[in-house]
Write a protein that binds this ligand. Sequence first.
Ligand SMILES: C[S@@+](CC[C@H](N)C(=O)[O-])C[C@H]1O[C@@H](n2cnc3c(N)ncnc32)[C@H](O)[C@@H]1O
Length: 268
Amino acid sequence: MTGTSFDDHERERWAGRATAYEPTFARLCAYPARALLDAAGAGAGVRVLDVGTGTGTVAALAAGRGAAVVALDAEPSMLAAARRAVPEARLVGAALPHLPVGTGTVDAAVANFVLNHVGDPAAAVAGLRRTVRPGGRIAVTVWPSPHPPLQRLWGEVFAEVDGGELPRVAAERNFLRTEEGLTDLLVRAGLADVRCRTLTWTHRADPDEWWTGPASGLGMPGLLLQRQPPATREALRRRYLELSARYRDADGLLALPTAALLASGGVS
Ligand SMILES: C[S@@+](CC[C@H](N)C(=O)[O-])C[C@H]1O[C@@H](n2cnc3c(N)ncnc32)[C@H](O)[C@@H]1O
């Protein structure tokens, strides 16, 4: 058991899926990495904690800047991939909000698209905050709502599907996925000088490869797909190819507009 039933669902969803994540959603999540590290002040000689490191994109970038990196993830297959990507980092298996890292022992803590995968976001921010020394910073990203076109595409593909009961963060623990909502989450955690902005970009992906994310069970589209019989899955794949055609470039790749909320705050 983890903290909430939503966290239990997340453990199950990510289990053994690093290989599927790396060529698909990891490439999407890589875009804000530089801005995230900048917002946390993560440069040379800085002790950086990368929570929910996944396949190690942010950790590798931080190490490349000369930071001393501790990278943590709840999923063993992710840690194995991160170990290959960033052999110089210290890799730790653990789940937010309980981080086996000393209080105030790092200068910066970052979590790239992780707060959208926890059942108690306020406790997760408090867990990050505890690890950072006074004067240090925390920086996080989450997907916004309303959804940008890339995320909306999945909604359109699965609109007619009966997915049964879906895992959700309890309403009393949830926060608005807007600049105001994320700012409020960080302010309520006692962080100072909180800043939040929206990053926008266009993600390019091969249409067949992009589909392998859900087809491998990744994310909510993956869960919805897994719950369907084979004939429905094939119909959904065809629907995806049809609906995504409007995003195809002349070179045949998808060019999917998307956005992320990036917020940071200081520990006093
Ligand atoms: C969307 S991926 C982001 C990975 C990475 N930060 C990146 O930029 O590619 C979310 C990651 O968070 C991890 N994760 C989910 N819940 C977690 C928790 N409670 N504590 C630590 N890691 C968690 C997952 O195993 C997964 O590797």
